[in-house]
Design a protein around this ligand. Structure first.
Ligand SMILES: [Zn+2]
Length: 143
């Protein structure tokens, strides 16, 4: 019998004769990983499967309305991790929405603060509708 390396744990195993294409050993954790990978591929490739999964999950949530509330209470580390990840997602969404509104990067950014704008003598400038000014930071108000 020919041995193989498990696709999940990497250990050597002997495929069952009934399943010659077996790629995962019989360890429960590896079988769970096999199902998890299969499901992930199926969810992305089969819209019917995805729709069925969504409806089954919604039905389960209706039958167990307190499950997630109780889970969060009994797993504070899960809640903490979720909050951290959500804050990161919010920050990422904020940054990308700013990038969409403002397609090109400004040449420079003025800091928030109080400025004094003073006209500068425009010697040699012919345009009368253009002002040349000097902007000086008086005080920073932001930070
Ligand atoms: Zn394995």
């Amino acid at each position: 019998m020919k041995s193989k390396h498990c696709a999940a744990c990497g250990q050597i195993f002997y495929p069952r004769p009934q399943v010659p294409l077996q790629n995962y050993c019989a360890a429960p954790v590896c079988q769970r990983e096999r199902r998890r990978r299969w499901q992930e591929i199926k969810r992305h490739s089969d819209p019917d499967y995805q729709d069925n999964q969504t409806r089954a999950q919604q039905a389960w949530c209706k039958r167990h309305p307190d499950y997630w509330r109780d889970y969060r209470i009994t797993h504070p580390e899960y809640m903490k991790r979720n909050r951290t990840q959500q804050l990161e997602r919010n920050e990422q969404a904020r940054v990308s929405s700013i990038a969409k509104m403002d397609a090109s990067e400004p040449i420079f950014r003025l800091q928030s603060g109080i400025y004094r704008i003073a006209g500068v003598a425009s010697a040699g400038i012919a345009k009368k509708n253009a002002w040349i000014v000097e902007i000086t930071l008086v005080s920073e108000t932001y930070r």
